[in-house]
Design a protein around this ligand. Sequence first.
Ligand SMILES: [Zn+2]
Length: 127
Amino acid sequence: MGANLLHGIGLALNIIENVKKSLEGHRVKEVKELEVELGEFYYVSEKELKDAFEIVAKDTIMGNVALKVSIIRGRIRCINCGYTGRGEINNEPHAIQVTCPKCGEGLVEILEGKELKLKKIRVEIED
Ligand SMILES: [Zn+2]
């Protein structure tokens, strides 16, 4: 199992926890539709997250839903030159390195793009 899939499983478990929390107190039979927003600076791809979700959602009320993922564009602030805006992403084997597109420095503060949010949940309620 690759490191990215493991990371994806961590995120997928996180999603499931969040969904369960937001459905607390409702008599939910099944989740029919589920959409999340994923920051582009997470070092997991959309496909890895979907694959991981499929594995961990099995045997839950989310077992039959295909996870939809929309990617949120990130924003950085460069500590070196003060640039703010889109970051340059360099994929490395086990991590993601974000650098400043203006000066090339890797010392950047991530302002947006590390979030994972529930965007939409559609459920079927028990009779
Ligand atoms: Zn810079």
